[in-house]
Design a protein around this ligand. Structure first.
Ligand SMILES: C[S@@+](CC[C@H](N)C(=O)[O-])C[C@H]1O[C@@H](n2cnc3c(N)ncnc32)[C@H](O)[C@@H]1O
Length: 298
């Protein structure tokens, strides 16, 4: 990035602050970078802001409710399991076409899903980009948020890169992926509104497309395991295992497998990594030039 004098190090939805704490610890190898970096945390939860403060002693982060509030300037932006928490809309394939799935009140006053009988032009337009078949009853999901386009426009205009890590398929498709987890147990998304963690899979192709349209380059998505192996996670784990006892070695191997294992149910395969960047920056570390996103039919 040409070593700018000031750079924003931004995390969207930092949760407990662990990733930012780790990133800052790793960045100690580059004192000039730390000197230039100002930490910004985009977080809406007051309780989590407190956790982040505790995880980052000696740092004075700036908290924001929205990405728009982060001051202008070159930025490195991290978003791990953030986009899957943003609102989506769903469309259901009917006999004649697509309809929006909506939430209403059931006979007993509780929340229920229903289907709007009016045709949904947005659903139909989105479906045209997805591989057939589209059987009756199929569900299509769409991320409502303007954050990806905003992020991309910012990077293209002001410089920098964003690393997005989330749960989702490498290729777009149909399917209802909305889920609710409350106290580590799956629950009905409408049962206790506001009490459960609602998520949906991230459509990386739609993200990359929105980013390209806003003027940024997009690389990936890659499987998290592939990305971490390319960045040297195996060598790093081996290095950490030197001069440790058997139980520490076992713990490091377990952590490595958890993050980078690529069996069908492992995080290394289920999580994907997408990089959005200022096109002037070239290919980001961990990606290959041919992994720049382009439309298959372009
Ligand atoms: C599932 S957690 C991920 C936490 C962390 N990045 C991690 O990987 O463990 C989602 C985070 O995004 C925050 N969040 C959710 N929606 C948000 C929004 N619209 N704006 C800002 N933060 C949001 C949550 O409070 C939480 O910190």
């Amino acid at each position: 990035m040409g070593a700018p004098d000031a750079i924003h190090l931004v995390e969207l939805g930092p949760g407990r602050g662990t990733l930012m704490a780790d990133a800052l610890r790793a960045a100690r190898l580059m004192p000039a970078f730390l000197e230039a970096a100002q930490v910004h945390l985009v977080e809406t939860s007051p309780a989590l802001r407190e956790r982040q403060k505790a995880a980052l002693p000696g740092i004075t982060p700036h908290w924001h409710d929205r990405l728009e509030d982060v001051p202008p300037g070159p930025a490195i932006i991290l978003a791990n399991e953030f986009l899957d928490a943003l609102p989506i809309s769903q469309f259901v394939r009917g006999r004649e076409g697509w309809h929006e799935r909506r939430v209403g009140l059931g006979p007993d006053g509780g929340l229920v899903f229903g289907v709007d009988p009016r045709p949904a032009p947005l659903g139909a337009a989105l479906a045209r980009r997805l591989p057939e078949p589209h059987p009756e009853g199929a569900v299509l999901e769409h991320l409502e948020s303007g954050i990806p386009a905003l992020l991309a426009a910012r990077l293209a205009a002001q410089g920098g890169a964003a690393l997005i890590i989330d749960y989702g398929p490498a290729r777009p498709g149909l399917g209802d992926t909305l889920q609710a987890v409350r106290a580590h147990v799956y629950s009905d998304p409408l049962a206790e509104p506001g009490e459960a963690d609602l998520t949906a899979h991230v459509d990386f192709t739609a993200l990359a497309r929105a980013a390209r349209a806003a003027g940024a380059a997009a690389y990936g998505p890659l499987r998290q395991g592939d990305f971490l192996v390319r960045l040297g996670i195996v060598q790093r784990a081996e290095r950490l295992q030197q001069n440790t006892n058997a139980s520490q070695r076992k713990a490091i191997t377990a952590a490595l497998t958890r993050l980078a294992g690529m069996g069908t149910t492992d995080m290394g395969a289920l999580f994907k990594v997408l990089c959005l960047s200022d096109p002037a920056l070239g290919t980001p570390p961990g990606f290959a030039p041919e992994e720049a996103f382009s439309e298959p039919d372009a």
